[in-house]
Design a protein around this ligand. Structure first.
Ligand SMILES: *Cc1c(COP(=O)(O)O)cnc(C)c1O
Length: 475
């Protein structure tokens, strides 16, 4: 096995002569040409993945509609690529609806989710009516009735039901339990049905929806949610004497972040044993057995569609020795990889020009003025240390404490000679990165580039200028 085999994706991220290739381009050369940090997406990888998903959908025993969760990466160029593939799109705000429409998605291929849809947002989804507004509460149902009635429009709606499933993902990525803020509880269903019965002039119920969370590591939560959708569908259809168009099993399909080389304390999150294709095969097979007709099944992949299509390149700006360990300080931290802080998310890192070198462990940190800006779990490590200091007998349970409280590995294995000026690549940054970058510490948001289908580099969003940092500020 070659040294780099654990992270290579042929034709996408590869090693040549010890250097990282991204979509056929030398990564460090792109960084030198376009400035550091540099965020990159591959159009080919996105298209390859969507085509693989479409083949899985086409082979399923029920019609499956792929509805891309656009919050994962909503750059117009990416949305245009997906619109050209004729898939559908899921939006979570008026802004995402605006982006979807700007990219050319027709209303009948748009679904609107969200826990806090304003009256204005609901109105924007009525004219022309979109494929479905996924109703998140009894209150929202009433709000939509009054808005739709007021403008004389008919809304196509789906009910987002809480399937009451727990899964092994991080707490911040759970969405399918009563302890979260999402959806309508099963016990609220009778009230929803009464409201629907009284609102036939302005609402048409077309589906039932559930979304169990993100980076879900096993099929069981999906199967459980699917069973719940089947029984709610039967209940609603019996009550209304209608047939629903669709069941929506949501998104959350995981991708492997760990890439084999490092160990993370919470491997079950970052090294899942399943993928979107496997889940869809299993769940749609169960649904086909449980449902009498040819109900449309909607899936809402976000992360799994774009997650491995993006990388972040960054430069080492400083090196020091702390507690007998070498520390590297990069020019990108959680201002660029926001979820490395909010969810302590693990992105695999490589020394992009030294892939053939032997590796050694480094502590890796970002440029921001707070100690938490690090690619290890400062909070988790500190909590474990404090607990053991306060109660020394806990030392016997250190492994349990670490695997529960620490999300990222303390060090990263990188080429032993890595130092200032070197290019560090973070893999699998395609999802939940571009849309979340901030100008924290007045650091300019980086240039974002796309390697297009012809293999050419093109700018998706230019690097912030210093003047951009003052955008909308009243001087
Ligand atoms: C975020 C979200 C998704 C996508 O989740 P991924 O983990 O990125 O697949 C799908 N559906 C809904 C309702 C969401 O909020």
């Amino acid at each position: 096995m070659s040294k780099n085999a654990h992270w290579v994706i042929p034709g996408h991220v590869e090693a040549r002569d010890g250097r990282l290739l991204f979509a056929g381009h030398d990564a460090a050369a792109l960084l030198a040409a376009h400035g550091s940090p540099l965020y990159l997406l591959s159009a080919k990888r996105i298209i390859d993945t969507v085509q693989r998903f479409k083949a899985t959908a086409a082979a399923a025993p029920l019609p499956v509609t792929i509805c891309y969760a656009s919050k994962a990466c909503s750059a117009i160029a990416v949305l245009k690529l997906l619109n050209d593939e004729a898939i559908s799109i899921e939006v979570n705000s008026a802004g995402e609806l605006f982006r979807a429409k700007t990219a050319g998605f027709p209303p009948d291929r748009i679904i609107f989710n969200g826990v806090a849809k304003s009256a204005e947002e609901l109105l924007s989804a009525l004219d022309p009516p979109i494929k479905a507004i996924n109703i998140d509460s009894i209150f929202e149902l009433k709000r939509l009735v009054s808005i739709a009635r007021g403008v004389g429009k008919v809304a196509r709606i789906s009910l987002r039901i809480v399937p009451n499933v727990q899964s092994s993902t991080s707490a911040g990525n759970q969405t399918g339990a009563e302890s979260t803020k999402f959806g309508i509880l099963l016990r609220e269903l009778p009230e929803a049905m009464t409201l629907l019965r009284d609102s036939a002039d302005c609402l048409v119920l077309v589906g039932i929806h559930a979304h169990v969370g993100s980076q879900i590591g096993s099929v069981a939560p999906y199967q459980k949610a699917a069973q719940m959708l089947v029984s709610v569908k039967a209940e609603v259809e019996a009550a209304f004497g209608v047939e629903l168009e669709h069941l929506n099993i949501g998104g959350g399909f995981p991708i492997p972040y760990m890439r084999g080389a490092n160990e993370t304390p919470q491997d079950d999150i970052f090294a899942p044993a399943i993928d979107m294709d496997g889940v869809v095969q299993d769940v749609v097979a169960s649904l086909a057995k449980a449902l009498p007709g040819k109900t449309e099944i909607i899936v809402e992949p976000g992360r799994s569609l774009v997650g491995d299509a993006g990388i972040l390149l960054s430069t080492v700006e400083n090196i020091k020795e702390r507690l007998s360990e070498p520390w590297l300080v990069l020019d990108a931290g959680y201002n660029v990889l926001v979820e490395s802080y909010t969810y302590k998310w693990y992105y695999h890192a490589l020394s992009a020009t030294k892939l053939n070198e032997d590796e050694k462990p480094f502590r890796v940190a970002g440029p921001l003025c707070d100690n938490g800006d690090a690619f290890f779990d400062v909070e988790g490590e500190t909590t474990v240390r404090k607990l053991i200091e306060a109660e020394p007998t806990l030392e016997a349970n250190r492994a349990l404490l670490e695997s529960t409280l620490i999300r990222m590995p303390p060090t990263r294995s990188l080429a032993a000679s890595t130092g200032p000026g070197d290019c560090i690549a973070f893999l699998d940054c395609g999802a939940y990165v571009l849309d979340q970058m901030t100008p924290n510490n007045s650091r300019q948001r980086p240039e974002c580039g796309l390697i297009d289908l012809e293999g050419n580099y093109r700018t998706l969003r230019g690097r912030d200028s210093l003047e951009d940092l003052l955008f909308k500020e009243v001087l």
